[in-house]
Design a protein around this ligand. Structure first.
Ligand code: PLP
Length: 400
């Protein structure tokens, strides 16, 4: 078997490709996490991460995968037996739901068909019907990574406001933060859940809670048992730039660099880039004569595109073929979508030309696998990207 040359195309929707700038920033000796050099780093990252969340409030950082930040959101704000509403959007909302049940919460699931986002009307109806105000929190996954559907968080906020219900609003932004427009303060999100290995362009290993004042007040009254995840001990240490236990120091070097890169590009440009790549990928899918999993034009994701395959075409075999022939990893179909869909990740550190390489690999794979294509998706994506390029200014060379 010949050895592959050039870059491996890691086109799963997270973990994403880590840019050289960030890899170099993390290649540092381990340090005294109670010393003055760390304190300076701690103070810095705890501040520069805030604009990425669109907040001026606290953001705490845990040494964990995103799942830890899900747990932290629940155990820091709720009490045993509290009722929470979970909007079913796909695999990830189902995992968060399962976790809430295991923690002893009373979970009301708003069912979904995995092809649409959380429905603002359904959330409003659930809150309106709750005359006794038993519901303590509404939980939504902003970008459902299993389906490529982005829920309309701003509209959900408006729907919640219209009911006058005091429930907390918690949003999982693990695959949308630093990729898809998100505004914690403006949308009055009480807890934002995030992770390092997707839009933030870092390796896996740190997770985040963005915390509103209202969430902090709920925290003071909440009675769920918690120790490792406790916000109070985090916030107390963070006031001096420190952490209550050993933080993932080298990942924080990477975070500092990631925030600098995002600010340098400008968040509006970052969001536009992801949108453009989503739009071009969908042009390719449509030209091939295939369907995206997402069925609502308002909810297409800028982070990834999930492609629905015709009956009888096994998505996992197709992905295995593409990995073997072209050294590219694509995302698998998760739970209900296993074997039926595959996912093209286009988030994080990514360019027009990388997207074209990715789509070329998918198109060649589809042809080799014997899937009948209507037309060239490459052609369609090229036109879409070229049209977008003619509209915008020059970019500074990435190596500069
Ligand atoms: C990746 C992901 C998770 C899980 O995060 P881990 O880091 O694997 O624990 C949760 N929610 C969403 C939306 C994700 O994309």
């Amino acid at each position: 078997m010949a050895r592959a040359n050039g870059f491996h195309f890691l086109q799963i929707p997270g973990p994403t490709n880590v840019p050289d700038r960030i890899l170099r920033a993390m290649a540092a000796p381990t340090m005294d996490h109670r010393g003055p050099a760390f304190q300076e780093l701690g103070r810095h990252v705890l501040q520069v991460v805030k604009p990425i969340f669109g907040t001026k409030s606290h953001v705490v950082i845990f040494p964990s995968s995103g799942t830890g930040a899900w747990e932290a959101a629940l155990v820091n704000t709720l009490s045993p037996g509290d009722t929470v509403v979970m909007a079913e959007t796909g695999h990830f909302s189902s995992l968060w739901t399962e976790m809430a049940k295991r923690l002893g919460l009373d979970v009301r699931v708003l069912p979904g068909d995995w092809r649409r986002g959380a429905q603002p009307e359904a959330i409003a109806a659930a809150l309106d019907a709750d005359k006794e105000r038993r519901i303590k929190a509404v939980c939504v996954v902003h970008n459902e990574t299993s389906t490529g559907v982005t829920s309309r968080v701003g509209e959900i906020r408006k729907a919640i406001d219209a009911t006058g219900h005091p429930a907390l609003f918690m949003v999982d932004t693990i695959s949308s933060l630093a990729s898809i427009d998100y505004r914690q303060d403006e949308w009055k999100v009480d807890v934002t859940v995030a992770g390092s290995q997707k839009g933030l362009m870092l390796p896996p290993g740190i997770s985040f809670n963005g915390i509103s004042e209202k969430a902090l007040a709920a925290h003071k009254a909440s009675k769920m048992p918690r120790a490792f995840w406790d916000w109070t001990t985090q916030i107390k240490s963070n006031a001096d730039g420190m952490f209550p236990y050993t933080p993932a120091t080298n990942l924080l070097y990477g975070l500092k660099e990631a925030c600098a890169m995002l600010m340098d590009e400008g968040m509006a440009n970052v969001f536009a880039r992801h949108q453009r790549h989503g739009a071009a990928a969908r042009k390719a899918v449509a030209a091939w004569g295939l369907e995206t999993v997402c069925q609502d034009a308002r909810e297409h994701s800028g982070s990834l595109t999930a492609v629905w395959l015709p009956e009888g075409v096994n998505a996992d075999k197709l992905r295995a073929l593409i990995l073997d022939k072209f050294d590219m990893s694509l995302g698998n179909g998760l739970s209900k979508l296993a074997g039926r869909a595959f996912r093209i990740g286009h988030l994080g550190a990514f360019s027009d030309l990388q997207l074209m390489g990715t789509l070329a690999g998918v198109e060649m794979g589809l042809k080799l696998f014997g899937v009948k294509l209507k037309a060239s998706g490459i052609e369609a994506a090229l036109e879409s990207l070229a049209a977008a390029a003619s509209e915008r200014g020059a970019v500074r060379h990435a190596a500069e």
